[in-house]
Design a protein around this ligand. Structure first.
Ligand code: AMP
Length: 569
C-alpha cells in the first residue's frame, strides 16, 4: 500500500486510498494533523515528534526544531542537544513518525509514499524532500505539487468538461497561488506564483504589535531575563486569539509577566482594519497567476481554498470580493493536500475505482546556463543568464539551445547551470557546472547543443552534444552541496539508531510537555493546581496502571483546556 503525505511547514498529515476514497490516518493521539516539530529529551536523548515536540518549543527552545521546511535543500543545520540535523533529516523524523502511525493504523508495514511539495520548490528542495523520504525508509513513488494534490482532493480529475481552477493556499508562512487546467483527463498546472513570506505568522505579528503598542512601557525591557520568554508568550497569545477570531467576534490576549496577568481585548473588526495591508498583499500573486496563465478570472471554474490560514473569515471575505463569488470549501483546507496525495497514491496503485489521470505540472523556475556577451566595443560581459526552459513551461519538457565558442582555439566550453529569473546569474541559484571539450577552431565556429529535460518529479537532466565531434555528455543534476555532505547510508543508519520516544507514550508525553509550558505561563493558584495535577499524573505513570493513567491525563488536560482553551493543531 502506498501512503500519501503532506509534509507541511507547520503541520503534516498522512492519508491512504481505501475502498474507493481517500481517508486521513490519525496519529497516536487520535489527531489527523501532526505538528512538523522535533524535540530531543534532555535526559534520555529520545526523539519526540509532533504535539509533544511543539509543546516544548517555549520551554525547551534549544532542544526543539520547527519550520525546517523553510530551509529544505540548504545545508543549514540545527543543533538539538548533542547532534546536528539538516532540514531533510528533521523532515525524515516527521515522515518516520507518520509512517509509524500509518503502520499502526493499517496493521501492515508501509514502504512506499507519495509526498507533496510546494509548486515553487526548486530542484534542490525537491531532491532534499525525496532524500527525507528515503532516510525515513520510504520509497518515494512520486513527488506531487501541493496545488495539484488539493485539486485531486476536490475530485477535479473526474470532471468531464475542460475547466480551469485557482488554488489559493495560505499556510503558516507561505502563500501560493496556482492555476490548474483539466482537459481530457489531463491536469496541467498552468501557472504557479506566490509570496513565500506571507502567511498566518504575519497575521500573528499584527496582533503581537497591537499588544505591544497597548502595553508599551509595562513590557519587560530587552535586557530583562524574562523578555524572550514573554515575547514567545505574546506570540502564542496572538495565535490563540487569531484562531478564536475565526469563529468569534472578539478574543482576549492574556500574557503573564512580572507576577501579573496583562490582557487586551481584540475585536474582529479591529483585526481586519489592522490587517488591511496584509490582505492587500494577497492580490498581487493572484493577478500574476492569471497573467502568466492567460486565463481570465471569470473563466475560472472554482476557487479552491487550501491551508489553515484560509479559515480566517477576513481572508475568505477578501477572496470573495476579489472574484465576486464564494470560494469552494467542501474539503477542510488543512487536510486537502494529504487527501489529494492519497488520491495520487491510489492512482499509482492502479486502483480500479479511479479513472486514469495524467498529471502534468509546470517547471516552477526558469532553468538555463550562463553565457557571455560581446559588446560592440569588443569588451566581454560574462555571467548573463540564458534560459533554456522558461518558468511555467509544462513538464515533462525537453528543450535544446545552441551555444558557440568565444575565442580562437578555445579548448573547452565551461558553463554553470542555473535556476531563477534574474538576467544576472549571480542572483540565481547555481545547480551545477559542466565542462565540454571542443576541437580547436576559429571563434564562433564550434557549436554545442545543450538540452534540458525536466521530468514530472522535477528532476533535471542536462545533455550536451558537440555536433562536430559527435561527443556527448549527460548529467542528472547532482546537488554540489549535498555531495559534500556525509554519506547518505551513514546518515540513514545514524537516524535509525536514534532512540525514538515510544509511540504508545506519545499522549502522556504531550500532556506533560503542555503542563510544563502552562506551569511557566500561569501564576498563583492556577500554577499550584497545575503542579498538583502534574504530580498526581507522574505518580500514576510510575505505577503503570493504564486505566488510571488515562483518567489522570484526562483530568490534567481538562483543567488545562479550562485555563487556556483547547490545544490547537
Ligand atoms: P498549514 O500550513 O496549512 O498547516 O496552516 C497553518 C496556519 O493555519 C497557521 O498559521 C495557523 O495559525 C493557521 N490556522 C489553522 N487553523 C486556523 C483557524 N481556525 N483560524 C485561523 N488560522 C488558522
Amino acid at each position: 500500500m502506498i501512503i500519501g503525505i503532506d509534509l507541511g511547514t507547520t503541520n503534516s498529515a498522512v492519508a491512504i486510498w481505501r475502498d474507493g476514497r481517500a481517508e486521513l490516518i490519525p496519529n497516536s493521539l487520535g489527531h489527523t494533523l501532526t505538528p512538523s516539530a522535533v524535540s530531543v529529551d534532555e535526559k534520555t536523548g529520545e526523539i519526540m515528534v509532533g504535539l509533544a515536540a511543539r509543546e516544548r518549543q517555549s520551554t525547551h527552545p534549544d532542544l526543539t526544531a520547527t519550520v525546517f521546511k523553510r530551509y529544505m535543500g540548504s545545508q543549514r543545520s540545527t543543533t538539538l542537544g548533542k547532534a546536528s540535523y539538516l532540514p531533510e533529516e528533521l523532515s525524515a523524523l516527521v515522515l518516520k513518525s507518520l509512517k509509524a502511525d500509518a503502520e499502526a493504523h493499517l496493521g501492515q508495514p508501509i514502504s512506499e509514499a507519495v509526498i507533496t511539495v510546494p509548486a515553487y520548490f526548486n530542484d534542490k528542495q525537491r531532491k532534499a524532500t525525496r532524500k527525507a523520504g528515503q532516510l525515513a525508509g520510504l520509497k518515494v513513488e512520486r513527488l506531487i505539487n501541493e496545488p495539484t494534490a488539493a485539486a485531486l482532493a476536490y475530485g477535479i480529475h473526474e470532471l468531464e468538461a475542460e475547466s480551469q481552477f485557482l488554488i489559493f493556499d495560505l499556510g503558516g508562512g507561505t502563500f501560493d497561488v496556482s492555476i490548474l487546467e483539466i482537459f481530457e483527463g489531463v491536469i496541467e498546472v498552468r501557472a504557479s506564483t506566490g509570496d513565500n513570506r506571507l502567511g498566518g505568522e504575519d497575521f500573528n505579528e499584527i496582533l503581537v504589535n497591537a499588544f505591544k503598542d497597548a502595553k508599551g512601557s509595562a513590557l519587560p525591557g530587552w535586557n530583562d531575563p524574562e523578555a524572550a520568554l514573554v515575547g514567545e508568550r505574546i506570540r502564542e497569545a496572538a495565535e490563540r486569539a487569531r484562531r478564536a477570531l475565526s469563529t468569534e467576534d472578539s478574543a482576549e490576549m492574556s500574557v503573564t509577566w512580572g507576577g501579573a496577568v496583562h490582557s487586551l481585548s481584540i475585536t474582529a473588526e479591529m483585526f481586519e482594519t489592522k490587517a488591511a495591508a496584509l490582505l492587500e498583499r494577497l492580490r498581487e500573486p493572484v493577478l500574476r497567476a492569471l497573467r502568466d496563465s492567460g486565463i481570465r478570472a471569470q473563466d475560472l471554474g472554482e476557487i479552491v481554498m487550501v491551508g489553515g490560514s484560509t479559515r480566517m473569515p477576513l481572508v475568505r471575505k477578501t477572496v470573495t470580493r476579489m472574484f465576486g463569488r464564494f470560494p469552494a470549501n467542501r474539503v477542510n483546507p488543512d487536510e486537502a493536500v494529504a487527501l489529494g496525495a492519497a488520491v495520487q497514491a491510489g492512482l499509482k496503485a492502479r486502483d480500479v475505482a479511479l479513472k486514469e489521470v495524467v498529471l502534468t505540472d509546470v517547471c516552477p523556475y526558469s532553468l538555463g546556463i550562463d553565457v557571455a556577451d560581446e559588446r560592440p566595443d569588443g569588451s566581454v560581459r560574462s555571467g548573463l543568464f540564458s534560459p533554456i526552459l522558461e518558468r511555467n513551461t509544462v513538464i515533462p519538457a525537453s528543450r535544446v539551445e545552441s551555444y558557440f565558442t568565444m575565442r580562437d582555439n578555445q579548448p573547452v566550453i565551461t558553463f554553470g547551470i542555473y535556476q531563477g529569473e534574474s538576467r544576472n546569474v549571480a542572483e540565481n541559484v547555481k545547480l551545477a557546472t559542466m565542462k565540454m571539450p571542443v576541437p580547436p577552431a576559429r571563434r564562433g565556429e564550434i557549436g554545442i547543443e545543450v538540452r534540458f529535460s525536466y521530468d514530472i518529479n522535477g528532476l533535471l537532466e542536462v545533455d550536451v552534444h558537440v555536433p562536430r565531434t559527435g561527443e556527448r555528455k549527460q548529467m542528472v543534476i547532482v546537488d554540489e552541496e549535498a555531495a559534500a555532505a556525509p554519506d547518505f547510508e551513514e546518515r540513514r543508519k545514524a537516524l535509525s539508531a536514534l532512540k525514538q520516544h515510544p509511540r504508545e507514550h506519545d499522549a502522556n508525553r504531550a500532556a506533560l510537555a503542555r503542563a510544563a509550558r502552562c506551569y511557566e505561563k500561569f501564576l498563583g493558584e492556577n500554577r499550584e493546581y497545575i503542579a498538583h495535577l502534574t504530580r498526581n499524573f507522574e505518580t500514576v505513570l510510575e505505577k503503570q496502571d493504564l486505566k488510571a493513567i488515562d483518567v489522570a491525563r484526562g483530568e490534567l488536560l481538562q483543567m488545562l483546556d479550562g485555563l487556556e482553551g483547547e490545544t490547537w493543531l
